[in-house]
Design a binder for this molecule. Structure first.
Ligand SMILES: Nc1ncnc2c1ncn2[C@@H]1O[C@H](COP(=O)(O)OP(=O)(O)OP(=O)(O)O)[C@@H](O)[C@H]1O
Ligand SMILES: [Mg+2]
Length: 424
């Protein structure tokens, strides 16, 4: 919006500056010169006539004529000029002085002291002529009107442009909001292309893109769950056959391999489920966190909520619970004895939820690895926990779908701190 207004405003101001400059330099100058010259001519006429008079009454006649025909208030004063040249300099004075120079007589002028009048004195030994002339005769009063018109017209133009621009910018803002909604998993049902042709084209392209992405996600989910499902059948058969076989060491290894495969397939399925078509709604974060805590506590985990600001955020309820559950169950499995949840807004537009434990944590350098699918650290591989290494991957994926992220750091309790940040 600001940029568009600048695009209109800068040429407008430039145009005005150029127009004003041209006006002052050419038009105003020429007009003023002509006006002052014509005044000089009239004064010269009066001088010419006064020079040819003998008596005071004849002179008075000339003055009367000057007043009637030229609108000049002329009087005769004895003595020398009481002041020199322009008395107090005004813009007009230099122009007027330039014209009066051509009279070839000493003169003085004062355009300020008498309101609305200019006083001009011309030396005529032994006395001098005092001439009062209306200032309006000396310069073109259209100047002010011209500037007023320019400023007024551009104000109107600017106002109209502002209204039009706002209407042009609004659809773009709406498109940006729609894109943001899509990024945070909200539905775009109410969004329709509007505005200028180009904006509508962009909106349509965006809607198409959104459909394509959704289709792509659905396809991926379907394929993933299809493959996982299909693999289960032969796996079950293998398990059955293994159960019928005699027990020996080879068998045991095979059984544990098959179990691992089963766990992996379960992980895939869970991942696929997390990406379903659930829609984001407004949820109370606090009660959602409590639900997760209750479920975990039932499983024997020492888990508590310490401080948690209440807030309503847009989230896919089940997916989000899954994200949090993954972190909580990690804290239980690899952490120490205690799990604590806390959270609140960070003042920069994010809502944070921390999951803290008092376990060994993960060294800073390896934290990035933990998010890779199927990645498990050696320490946890030895423990028979049954994890497949998808928990953090899924949690990160879900957070991303909400326009947020999951980050790992050090907990104040000494162990790992997993933080979910959501916009809002
Ligand atoms: N709170 C934690 N403390 C220490 N190590 C952790 C913690 N959370 C995760 N890890 C390490 O990060 C690895 C990856 O975790 P992730 O949740 O992705 O997989 P997983 O727990 O092994 O399997 P899954 O969650 O799929 O059952 C874990 O194997 C573990 O080594
Ligand atoms: Mg896990």
């Amino acid at each position: 919006m600001g940029r568009s207004i600048a695009i209109i405003l800068i040429p407008l101001i430039l145009l005005q500056l150029v127009a004003t400059w041209v006006f002052y330099n050419r038009h105003w100058e020429v007009v003023t010169e002509r006006l002052t010259n014509s005044l000089r001519g009239e004064i010269a006429t009066v001088i010419y006539m006064v020079e040819r008079t003998e008596t005071k009454s004849e002179r008075e006649e000339v003055f009367k004529m000057a007043r009637w025909t030229m609108g000049l208030l002329v009087d005769w004063k004895e003595g020398d000029l009481p002041f020199k040249r322009p008395r107090n300099f005004a813009f007009l004075d230099s122009r007027l002085a330039e014209a009066l120079e051509k009279l070839d007589r000493p003169f003085a002028l004062d355009t300020r002291s008498t309101p609305g009048e200019a006083e001009i004195l011309v030396d005529m030994d032994p006395g001098y002529l005092q001439v009062f002339v209306s200032r309006a005769r000396l310069f073109s009063s259209t100047t002010y009107i011209f500037i007023l018109w320019m400023v007024g017209a551009s104000a109107i133009l600017f106002g109209v442009a502002g209204i039009f621009l706002r209407n042009q910018v609004r659809p773009i803002i709406r498109l940006a909001e729609a894109a943001e909604d899509f990024g945070t998993g909200r539905s775009l049902d109410g969004y329709k292309p509007e505005g200028a042709q180009e904006v509508r084209q962009a909106s349509r392209a965006f809607i198409d893109m959104q459909h394509r992405i959704n289709r792509h996600i659905t396809q991926r989910t379907q394929m993933l769950s299809g493959v996982s499902h299909d693999l289960r059948t032969p796996l079950t058969r293998m398990k059955l056959q293994l159960a019928l076989m005699k027990e020996n060491e080879d068998n045991d290894n095979l059984i544990s391999d098959v179990q691992e495969m089963e766990a992996m397939i379960d992980g895939y399925l869970a991942f696929a489920r997390g990406e379903g078509t659930e829609e984001a709604t407004e949820v109370r974060i606090k009660s959602l966190v409590d639900e997760v805590i209750h479920a975990a506590a039932r499983g024997g985990q020492d888990i508590k909520r310490t401080s948690m600001a209440s807030a309503k955020l847009f989230a896919k309820k089940n997916a989000f619970k899954r994200c949090l559950t993954n972190l909580v169950s990690n804290a239980h499995r690899y952490g120490g004895t205690k799990t604590r949840l806390s959270g609140g807004p960070d003042g920069k537009g994010w809502f944070l939820i921390h999951v803290d434990d008092n376990g060994p944590g993960i060294p800073a350098k390896q934290r990035g690895l933990a998010f890779q699918p199927f990645y498990r650290f050696d320490s946890s591989r030895n423990v028979n926990t049954g994890g497949v290494g998808l928990g953090l991957t899924i949690a990160q994926d879900i957070a991303n779908n909400h326009g947020g992220k999951v980050e790992l750091s050090v907990s104040p309790m000494g162990g790992l701190r997993a933080t979910i940040s959501l916009p809002g």
